[in-house]
Design a protein around this ligand. Structure first.
Ligand SMILES: Nc1ncnc2c1ncn2[C@@H]1O[C@H](COP(=O)(O)OP(=O)(O)O)[C@@H](O)[C@H]1O
Ligand SMILES: O=c1ccn([C@@H]2O[C@H](COP(=O)(O)OP(=O)(O)O)[C@@H](O)[C@H]2O)c(=O)[nH]1
Length: 363
């Protein structure tokens, strides 16, 4: 595993430093946090800027590509999006795609596309949908599997599937994929009925007779799937009987990583956040800088906030998986007439024996 391998940091020149701070990167999981420091930088008598530097290992494509096996080992993350017909699954999936980079696979849409393509199963699928019945697992699973394989993304929302226990078990045994979690839109029947009757997408099954049949199938066959995942602690239940924006607020909270939630909270109180990438000997790290300005926050409070931030963060990762010291210091005091932070002493510590002090400059 990458984090057992000590890495000697190469000298950081200005170009590297700028690249680190200019590049906009994604947050990686706090499980990969390998290094954290607090730096208090002092300007003149009164002005302080305190900086938190967090380094994360960047797992995923970068590492895998280095081993030449990115494709074969591609780990697929799947979230099942479940809920009754008209609960708003498709609507919210579009929002999730836009904000969180997932690919949306609607089982119903794939089946409808199959009918249109004139496939040999087309008539059978059409009849099942008209009756609100569940199409045989092998047909739906084949379509989902193909869509996953053909797509370059590694994060998928599977919407409207699995619809019964047989769907669920067959998908798991055929693909070997277990969902990360199940996003469950909980909505009363009267509200769903109202929505379906005004959906206006020309769907053959959005008539009151078929809608009633779909509700029955949902209660009898689909709810047990949700119960199954609930027992495994995998269900994230959302009250879907609210306006679209309110539902999405709740959805966002489910998809936002804990680390980001903490940081977002602190950003709201006058903290700047910069993050970027740093490459050290073929391994990519994410570097996050949190800069606090005393104009907005008192220095003591700022340090207290940072400590709280870090200690909150630390509870999210497994210390035993990390060989490196994670220590917190307000270690630096630099005198500089400039009100802007010009340089930052930076210690790359991936192993206690390999502490490499560096000074990097950014404009
Ligand atoms: N929270 C909501 N409030 C009101 N109408 C909604 C809401 N979410 C979705 N809709 C509307 O209800 C209909 C069904 O939503 P859709 O996302 O297609 O549901 P599903 O995919 O669960 O069948 C659509 O016309 C959609 O615009
Ligand atoms: O995994 C699936 C998904 C959908 N369907 C069929 O497609 C219809 C429409 O499903 P969709 O998810 O598109 O719409 P919803 O019922 O959620 O509004 C269902 O009633 C089923 O007949 C199915 O058989 N298996």
């Amino acid at each position: 595993m990458a984090n057992n391998k000590p890495v000697r940091a190469p000298c950081l020149d200005d170009t590297t430093a700028n690249a680190v701070f200019v590049a906009v990167g994604r947050w990686s999981s706090l499980q990969s946090l390998v290094w954290a420091r607090i730096l208090g930088v002092r300007f003149g008598e009164k002005e302080f800027v305190s900086v938190v530097v967090l380094m994360f290992y960047q797992f995923g494509e970068c590492d895998l590509e280095a081993n030449g096996s990115a494709h074969a080992n591609k780990k697929v993350t799947v979230v099942f999006v479940l809920g009754g017909p008209g609960s708003g699954k498709g609507t919210q999936c579009s929002n999730i795609v836009e904000h969180f980079g997932y690919t949306h696979l609607s089982a119903g849409d794939l089946l409808r596309a199959e009918i249109k393509s004139g496939s040999e199963n087309g008539t059978m699928i059409q009849n099942m949908i008209k009756e609100g019945k569940i199409v045989p697992s092998e047909v739906t699973i084949k379509l989902l599997q193909r869509a996953i394989q053909e797509n370059g993304n590694d994060k998928f929302l599977i919407d409207g599937f699995p619809r019964n226990e047989e769907n669920r078990a067959a998908f798991e045994s055929v693909t070997g994929i277990e969902p990360e979690f199940v996003l469950f839109f909980d909505c009363p029947e009267e509200e769903m009925e109202k929505r379906l009757l005004s959906r206006n997408q020309g769907r053959e099954d959005d008539n009151i007779e078929t809608i009633r049949k779909r509700f029955n199938v949902y209660m009898e066959s689909s709810l047990p799937v949700i119960e199954y995942y609930k027992a495994k602690g995998k269900v994230r239940k959302i009250n879907a009987a609210r306006p679209i924006e309110e539902v999405f607020k709740a959805v966002k909270a489910v998809f936002t990583p804990e680390s980001e939630k903490v940081v977002l909270k602190y950003m709201a109180s006058g903290i700047d956040l910069h993050n970027g990438f740093l490459h050290l000997e073929g391994i990519q790290f994410t570097v996050v800088l949190i800069i606090l300005r005393t104009r907005k926050v008192q220095f003591k409070e700022a340090i207290a906030s940072i400590l709280l931030l870090i200690s909150t963060d630390i509870s999210f990762f497994d210390r035993s998986a990390i060989n490196f010291p994670i220590t917190l210091h307000a270690l630096l005091s630099v005198r500089d007439g400039n009100v802007f932070l010009r340089s930052l002493a930076f210690v790359v510590a991936t192993d206690i024996t390999l502490l490499v002090p560096r000074c990097i400059t950014f404009a």
